[in-house]
Design a protein around this ligand. Structure first.
Ligand code: N01
Length: 534
């Protein structure tokens, strides 16, 4: 229903994922009016839309959950080491009910624009169900919510089922007896490929860039393990907050040079056997920074991949050649073993370029393949994609997407010069993409809520970061990133996966704990870098 008079509120929260749910709860605590807007039919964010079989998070469930509410973390029972999508969605529904935030959300409603009004010093937020007049806008639109659809000739002509994991149908999809193609071998492809292979008549995996993947060793959580963590959850969460990746890794925190090859290998082995990308990536602390450490870790991971594939020539085709951890380090269940099956064929797009989809399948430089289903596991327009497609106009009518087209700058990864009274949760230039993102979100939401509380108490009408502070932070993000091997990355971490997108360091590589300390320092110094107008 479209209303002519705008609704009036204090805060508009866009998105009902981990960020939006917590922000609406914080608005309740602050005693402010809040309206949440969510394009999905319920809470969940990316976990609402991504429903493909095999989807589970690569951060352990005991970490990948809110820490702010003791009752919630005690009551909810995680059953597996790595949570599956239905469990995460059920968890978020449980939290939303518990915190009574559903009533504040307009579901099945899309934000189409947001315009800063100079005369009222407020935002006008346009949605598909009317306009909202608000003092603050908090964008909780997610880092990975807009799928990247590749522009492959002939896609419209394909007569079979064309599926995207990020908008997977709600009803079950059957692969039984079908010829299926999966395009893409990032985290998504690696999870869906073994499941498809189980029942498909034939599976073609179309790979352009091999990923590094480790066995997840997923398993049921024992009641003892759950009880042990729950008995000391407060301390466990506090320790996670002192870590670079925002979760407990139990690693030595030593560089390769100090460890030496023998100990380094033993530590890689120990963490490989545990099964966790966070732990494996932290086994040698300078894996992402030093070429020597990285080559050592990568060689170890390649050795392990070789052991899992029966055909040595095929194993070489699946061998990644980038610096490990500069693209997502994946975890899997039977990914490489899937290539030992008779009904699976690797189509190496580096040998035979993908030319087009055809009515009956796809064509490469080597020939034509018939398939009934084509799955686009081709990734996301990361970090900036969701907001950039909304018409957000700040001061002087400047468009956010135009500003970010050049370089997605931010101050502290959560605010943007020229866009007053606005926060972008897990925006460009924060450590979230390389962290336990739930903790990164909590850090942002708590900081944002504290700032709003202070602004309200002090009678501040508008705030925005100065252009100088934004530049300084962006330079710092770039300098830290360029001091690591991330400078060679060609993934969504640097916007390299989307044609025409500015190549920029979207991830702050300084780590979660130092980043939170920096945020606190900004707050403690009367919100250094922000212009506050009474
Ligand atoms: O996407 P990706 P994803 N022609 O960008 C290929 C999170 N996540 O959805 O690199 C041919 O990693 C592309 O090849 P290339 C996680 O943060 C987490 O898998 O462009 N190939 C690549 O192989 C992750 O990092 C979980 O050469 C094309 C693949 O598609 C992020 O989401 C699960 C192509 C895309 O890989 C994204 O992962 C799932 C083209 N035109 C996702 N376009 C877990 O927690 C793209 N590709 C476990």
């Amino acid at each position: 229903m479209t209303t002519t008079q705008p609704d009036v509120t204090d805060i508009v929260v866009v998105g009902a994922g981990f960020a939006g749910i917590y922000m609406v709860h914080k608005a309740h605590e602050l005693g402010l009016n809040v309206i949440g807007v969510e394009r999905g039919g319920g809470v969940g964010g990316t976990w609402y839309w991504n429903r493909y079989p095999g989807l589970r998070c690569d951060v352990e469930s005991l970490d990948y959950s809110y820490s702010f509410n003791e009752e919630i973390q005690q009551e909810w029972v995680w059953t597996e080491k790595f949570p599956a999508q239905p469990d995460i969605l059920a968890y978020l529904e449980f939290v939303a009910t518990k915190l009574d935030i559903n009533k504040d959300f307009r579901f099945d409603t899309e934000v189409t624009g947001a315009t800063w009004n100079e005369s009222t010093q407020r935002w006008s937020v346009a949605t598909t169900a009317g306009t909202i007049d608000t003092k603050y806008v908090v964008w909780g639109t997610g880092m990975l919510s807009i799928p990247k659809i590749p522009n492959i000739p002939g896609m419209d002509s394909f007569e079979g089922e064309l599926l995207n994991p990020a908008t997977w149908p709600q009803e079950p999809v059957s692969f039984a007896g079908k010829k299926v193609a999966v395009l893409g071998t990032g985290s998504t492809g690696i999870q869906v490929i073994p499941i498809v292979a189980e029942t498909a008549e034939h599976l073609y995996v179309l790979q352009r860039t091999p990923s590094f993947s480790l066995p997840a060793h997923n398993a049921s959580l024992t009641p003892e393990r759950v009880a042990e963590v729950k008995a000391h959850y407060k301390e466990y969460r506090a320790e996670a907050r002192t870590q670079m990746l925002g979760c407990v890794t139990e690693t030595r925190g030593e560089p390769f040079e100090v460890m030496g090859p023998e100990l380094a290998r033993a530590e890689l082995e120990r963490n490989y056997n545990y099964g966790s990308p966070m732990r494996f990536a932290s086994a040698i602390v300078d894996t992402v920074a030093s070429e020597e450490a990285n080559n050592f870790t990568a060689s170890f991971a390649r050795e392990k991949i070789r052991e899992r594939i029966a055909d040595p020539a095929l194993a070489e085709k699946l061998m990644p050649d980038h610096f490990i951890t500069t693209r997502r380090l994946c975890i899997d269940t039977d990914y490489y073993e899937t290539y030992n099956r008779d009904n699976v064929t690797l189509v190496d797009l580096r040998d035979e370029e993908l030319l087009s989809l055809t009515p009956k399948g796809f064509r490469t430089a080597a020939g034509e393949y018939e398939v009934d289903m084509f799955i686009l596991a081709t990734g996301f327009d990361g970090v900036t994609g969701a907001i950039s497609r909304i018409d957000v106009r700040g001061k002087d009518g400047v468009s956010l997407s135009a500003k970010w087209k050049e370089a997605p700058a931010s101050y502290m990864g959560l605010s943007v010069a020229g866009f007053p009274n606005t926060f972008v949760v897990t925006g460009p230039g924060c450590p979230a993409p390389l962290s336990n993102v739930v903790l990164s979100i909590e850090i942002h939401i708590e900081w944002i809520a504290n700032m709003i509380k202070k602004l309200e108490a002090d009678g501040v009408s508008t705030f925005e970061p100065t252009a100088a502070a934004e530049q300084e932070w962006t330079d710092h993000v770039n300098a830290v990133s360029d001091s690591t091997l991330m400078r060679f990355s060609n993934s969504w971490y640097v916007g390299a996966n989307v044609e025409g997108k500015a190549r920029v360091n979207l991830v702050y590589m300084g780590g979660v704990a130092p980043y939170e300390a920096e945020l606190q320092d900004v707050a403690n110094n009367n919100y250094r870098g922000f212009e506050l107008i009474h």
